[in-house]
Write a protein that binds this ligand. Sequence first.
Ligand code: IMP
Length: 501
Amino acid sequence: MAKLLAKTSKTFGEFLLIPGLTTKACRPEAVDLATPLVKFRKSESPALKLNIPFTSAIMQAVSDHHLAIALAQSGGLSFIYTSQSIANQAEMVRQVKKFKAGFVESDSNLLIDQTIADVLALKEKTGHTTMAVTDDGSAHGQLLGILGSRDYRPDKIDHQLKVGEVMTPREKLICGDEGLSLEEANDLIWQHKLNALPIVDKNNKLLSLVFRKDYDAHHEYQKELIDANKQLLVGAGINTHDYQERVPALLEAGADVLCLDSSDGYNEWQGEAIKLIKKDYPKAKVGAGNVVDGDGFRYLAEAGADFVKVGIGGGSICITREQKGIGRGQASAVIAVAKARDDYFRQTGIYIPICSDGGVVQDYHIALALAMGADWVMLGRYFARFDESPSAKIKINGNYVKEYWGEGSERARNWQRYSDHSQLASKSAFAEGVDAYVPYAGKLEDNLNIALAKIKSTMISCGATSIKEFQQRAKITEVSPTSLRENGAHDVITRDNQDLN
Ligand code: IMP
């Protein structure tokens, strides 16, 4: 007969934190949310840390280079999704590594013999009026000129005129040299009253554009997650099927950390993959998962994982539990794996961070995950709602929503994440995720700041100013279904939602 665990499987919503003594030193400015990303030995510090305990899910609808840039600027990290070609994924990693705030790749580019009719069509498509004219019509060709809105009047000009006759030619342009700082670029913009400053290398190849209008938008990101070269940090997902080709390409592109991504990571393919990657690339940082108990943790820890991801079946778009009867309430899983992590640390002196992946519905669930022992969280639904996520924003019944679909859905077709290697990886027999919408929520930074303020406030209530302290001091209680009713407003008619009507 199967072994029956004594404890019921529970999720975050079934717990609350009990305040501890808040000393006067516990102020929001004093709270440090830095947390280890990869394993380290006792008395050493981790090679990589996060400045805030947030990472974005390895999903098509969540983690592309745009979201990765925005999240790293705020102190967290994205793992670029792996359910795409190796070349595409590596290119996204490259985009993050070469990102410099304020320097944007030109997205509207022309050949010199195109017509004004082409210009107007391009403007309609991109919404941008500043266009680069290059020898090959690409964003990084030889710069021949710039065409801006002041160069022609759409209603008066002959639409058959050639770009070369209307543009400001290269010899009349003020350009910045490669390596220029944003401040120096802005000085040139103001000095010469420019709208845009092209940046070129010594062979006159176009590198990027700096826009006057962006000047105010670039404030200092104090928590920015950067490497020694001041480049943003970025992670990338990998799978156990094509890692031998994918890993070198991602490392070559500059990925700082990799993560084997599977709905169930307690298997020999992950164990073998970690060992082989570590053998061929001893410096590579590789996380693994997902697991939901101490046995799974220990298996991946002993294989050499740099961190372990926790969670099966709790994801908002996930139907694994329904389909396979596999999984565990996210809170129970984190508590069990955190205990195994601490035991392992006591026995070996090696601390392996754990990530709570999926199932965060309220911001306070993040605080609970940390208190229960997670070093950081991974979020899909949360980030899918923001401007920076790759999915489409659409209007349904008067409300804006964004598309959000699971990696195990028919739409993502990421069968590698779910395949047990017994069949061709091209198709799984059943889906483990759904295709859905989430309410649109605006800019990542604005939402993240609110969540961070809430987490800090919770920590302060528990008398903690660091995640370690929080884990040591937090007191957690289970809530009964009846007391759960009191979590939100109750027994009143709320005016916010106008439910008087
Ligand atoms: P969320 O933050 O609750 O939306 O959960 C995101 C997490 O769900 C991801 O990081 C994955 O671990 C997991 N996930 C992603 N796609 C699927 C799927 O199709 N089925 C099951 N789990 C998924």
